[in-house]
Design a protein around this ligand. Structure first.
Ligand code: SF4
Length: 360
């Protein structure tokens, strides 16, 4: 299949592995930012094909994992209300809140439904005028345009019973938070191809320049990732630090103009808490005041909710590339995909779930 088979070609992967070995003369640490890339690296055993000097760490690119506990607790508080149909992507249903998860709310009689798109939630609102339908809007720049479209569609249809709980986050401020941390050991980045498909990569150019780190826009297949690593190592070895685009077959420098246009119409940038990391200035999206009627946080008055994070879960360190999942004492013993303690073990994109599945 064009654009797929050639990016899963074992000979091409081995060839890139040989080139990376030849190129690498000293220790480097590179972070892949996206959960999809994490899973691809582990699934295909790519780390084993890299020189010992090269360390790959996993970043905060799993949307379920970085959604803060207080947002899960807000979602649960809203979903427990009898007048509400709470809709969400499937992964979020099992993420533990302080005391329970959304599936437990459903088991106790709450109307919690899994949807595949925010527009599905708009349809549910249309078909259930006596109910208040809330969509849990999580994710990065990749999902924000569809969430904005759902709000615009609900407005166009004059629906008074649709709202979203916005926990959306932005990648560049998170990269900046990691790079400006005194504990950071990241020297190069593979940035997420799908986020750059929407946003382009102009935002990364000043970051690469300011922090002197190469950034390679990278896809998700084994050849993509090995080529992204090759380009990042080449820059590091040559003491260069610019943004390069490995994922040229999909990503344009200016991104998707239509998708980028709809986001600022509905959302504005806000400070946002990231699970295990804390508040990152300017790293979230909230509804503009013109769309306050669609803001579930305001409508259900859940702005201030107390949370209790597990003190043993080291998700924050995992998400910042400071630790790897097996470094956690709960990994694979107390914390498993069947009984997750933290979000990185729940999500199909979570680093802990990837290690459990492919490395256990
Ligand atoms: S293994 Fe479980 S407890 Fe440990 S960091 Fe991952 S999610 Fe948290």
């Amino acid at each position: 299949m064009k654009y797929l088979d050639e990016y899963r070609d074992a000979r091409a992967v081995k060839n890139l592995s040989r080139q990376i070995h030849r190129l690498t003369t000293r220790e480097w640490t590179i972070m892949e930012i996206c959960g999809g890339q994490t899973h691809s690296i582990l699934k295909h055993g790519l780390e084993e094909l890299l020189p010992a000097e090269l360390t790959i760490v996993h970043g905060p690119g799993c949307p379920v994992c970085v959604t803060p506990l207080e947002m899960i607790d807000k979602a649960i508080a809203i979903a427990q209300r009898p007048e509400v149909i709470f809709t969400s992507f499937g992964d979020m249903l099992r993420v533990p809140g302080s005391r329970l998860d959304l599936l437990a709310v459903k088991a106790a009689g709450g109307e919690v439904r899994m949807v595949y798109s925010p527009l599905d939630a708009v349809k549910i609102a249309e078909n259930n005028p006596a109910k208040k339908v809330v969509f849990f809007a999580i994710g990065f720049e990749t999902t924000a345009p569809a969430n904005a479209m759902a709000v615009l569609e609900a407005k166009r249809k004059q629906l008074k019973n649709f709202s979203i709980l916005s926990a959306q986050v932005l990648v560049p401020p998170a990269i900046e938070a990691i790079l400006s941390s005194k504990n950071s050991r990241v020297q190069g980045f593979l940035t997420a191809g799908h986020v750059c498909t929407i946003m382009g990569y102009n935002e990364y150019i000043p970051l690469a320049d300011k922090y002197k780190v190469p950034m390679v826009v990278t896809g998700f297949e084994p050849v993509d990732i090995m080529e992204g690593i090759y380009l990042a190592v080449k820059q590091l070895q040559e003491n260069r630090h610019v943004v390069e685009n490995q994922y040229r077959r999909v990503v344009k420098q200016e991104g998707n103009q239509e998708a980028r246009k709809v986001m600022p119409e509905v959302f504005e940038v806000t400070d946002r808490n990231w699970r295990g990391i804390g508040q990152i200035p300017g790293s979230g999206l909230k509804l503009r005041s013109a769309y306050a009627d669609f803001d579930a946080e305001l409508l259900f008055k859940v702005q201030s909710i107390d949370t209790a994070e597990s003190s043993e879960c080291m998700a924050g360190e995992v998400l910042q590339g400071l630790k790897k999942p097996p470094d956690c004492t709960l990994f694979g013993k107390i914390c498993t995909p069947e009984h997750p303690v933290g979000a990185p073990m729940v999500s199909s994109e979570g680093a802990c779930a990837a290690y459990f599945r492919y490395r256990k």
